[in-house]
Design a protein around this ligand. Structure first.
Ligand SMILES: [Zn+2]
Length: 137
């Protein structure tokens, strides 16, 4: 049986993020009042509670804070992709992001530099990350 992968849930607040990803642009909300970048998409800045947020293109670069190799998935559709790696990337713009890593487990090191890698799976473009400077897998 072919089980479809779960799709990202796109809300009115997160839609600009996903629209950008679909076009190969990595954007974040920036607070007009305290200038900090935020992720995940929200209606208010988590630092100063301002609702004046503006979408801007971000670097798509970061450093790996932590990771885990997945052998048993939370959703059955991902099981055939195992083992794969998920990790938390501290984005150069400030916030951290949980993401899928396109890096061999033996190559992973703490604080390694990574960059966004737009990856299409079942017609959906997803913001995975790869080692900085590596070719797209
Ligand atoms: Zn703010």
């Amino acid at each position: 049986m072919n089980i479809l992968l779960p799709k990202p849930v796109k809300t009115s607040i997160s839609k600009p993020f996903w629209d950008g990803i679909a076009k190969g642009r990595f954007s974040l909300q920036f607070c007009d009042d305290c200038s900090r970048a935020i992720f995940y998409p929200r209606g208010h800045c988590p630092h100063c509670f301002s609702d004046q947020l503006t979408w801007k293109e971000a670097s798509g670069q970061g450093r790996l804070k932590t990771w885990s190799i997945i052998y048993r998935t939370g959703h059955p559709a991902w099981q055939e992709k195992t083992p794969y790696v998920v990790g938390v990337v501290e984005l150069a713009d400030g916030p951290s992001m949980l993401t899928h890593l396109l890096i061999e487990p033996s190559e992973i090191t703490y604080q390694m530099q990574v960059s966004v890698c737009f990856t299409t799976i079942e017609g959906e473009v997803l913001p995975f990350f790869k080692a900085k400077g590596e070719e797209t897998p």
